[in-house]
Design a protein around this ligand. Structure first.
Ligand code: NAP
Ligand code: GLV
Length: 302
């Protein structure tokens, strides 16, 4: 009998076909008993209970995402289960979305589109929907990893002043402590993983330090930001606007956020391009195949 691979939700054909060529593939976590591999994504919590439901046959949890805050790594380690993710192949797609949100929030595109769609646009107005320009702005990148660095590259044509937070020095940009970075930046874009250390990194204390009129973009994880404090900062300042792709309790969004005109909301689509999702799916399959064939997977989570 070929090993059983359980896909918790779904996987694009680019990866699913590779798995089906070699293994028994089932979908849905109700089929997890006896699985050798589970394919998860950022919306699937992987805890001790799920690992035990799979049982001792389980060898790998392959996350269809680069972030792995949904996975209890300690519980996996204790059971000898390898965890893999999908770095690099979604870096550009996610960085482009961060840029899109910066521009959309700065130029009030959501608000503008709603006016047009409601039939309320009465013609060109000298003072209507004035926004701000990204060119020449100070952009603070929180977490200069793969995606944060790609955002920095994509911003080059805007000739920004770039600031970043990092636990180490990088050439070509100015390193700052987080408090200083938010006080100096016109745009702040988040690219750190969610962990116990980074949960509510952006809380009411930090938001009070943001430069008046600045813009916050979050394509990393919703849990990095205290949503209630964010709503207050968007209503009363210092934030002029925000662009969000991720939320604390996805897919739930608080009504207060939905009511605000000065926030652009995307439904967690950072990696949602055909090429990125296919490459992620292939990488998921390559990780599963490697582990189940007794080889080192290409992208294990350390
Ligand atoms: P990465 O290359 O690991 O970069 C993250 C950077 O954050 C690291 O280089 C690290 O920089 C910094 N960092 C790590 N832990 C930190 C901590 N505790 N405190 C402060 N800084 C810390 O990851 P990536 O590939 O760029 O992805 C970043 C995150 O984006 C993912 O974890 C995921 O949550 C999110 N994401 C979202 C989407 C989406 O669909 N919206 C798509 C892809 C990724 P230093 O070591 O220099 O401090
Ligand atoms: C998506 O959110 C990812 O971490 O890949």
């Amino acid at each position: 009998m070929p090993p059983l691979v359980v896909v918790a939700r779904s996987l694009p054909a680019a990866g699913l076909d590779l798995l089906r060529d070699r293994f028994d593939v089932a979908s849905g976590l109700e089929n997890v008993a006896g699985a050798a591999a589970i394919v998860t994504d950022a919306s699937v919590p992987v805890d001790a209970e799920l690992l035990d439901a799979a049982g001792p046959s389980l060898r790998v949890v392959a996350n269809f995402a680069v972030g792995y805050d949904n996975i209890d790594l300690q519980a996996c380690r204790e059971r000898g289960v390898v965890v893999t993710n999908t770095p690099d192949v979604l870096t550009n797609a996610t960085a482009e979305l961060a840029l899109a949100l910066m521009l959309a929030a700065a130029r009030r595109l959501g608000e503008a589109e709603r006016i047009v769609r409601r039939g309320e646009w009465t013609g060109w107005e000298p003072e209507q929907l004035l926004g701000r320009e990204l060119a020449g702005a100070t952009v603070g990148i929180v977490g200069l990893g793969r995606i944060g660095s790609r955002v920095a590259d994509l911003l080059e044509g805007f000739s920004p002043r770039l600031l970043y937070t990092s636990r180490r020095e990088r050439p070509g940009a100015e390193r700052r402590e987080l408090d200083e970075l938010v006080a100096e930046s016109d745009f702040v874009t988040l690219h750190v993983p969610l962990s116990a250390e980074t949960r509510h990194l952006v809380d009411s204390r930090l938001l009070a330090l943001f430069k008046p009129g600045s813009i916050l973009v979050n394509t990393a994880r919703g849990g990095l930001v205290d949503t209630e404090a964010l709503v207050r900062a968007l209503r009363q300042g210092p934030l002029a606007a925000a662009g969000l792709d991720v939320y604390e309790h996805e897919p739930e969004l608080p009504p207060e956020l939905l009511e605000l005109e000065n926030v652009v909301l995307a439904p967690h689509i950072g990696s949602a391009t055909r090429s990125a999702r296919d490459a992620m799916a292939r990488l998921v399959a390559e990780n599963v195949i490697a582990v189940l064939e007794g080889r080192e997977p290409p992208t294990p989570v350390p």
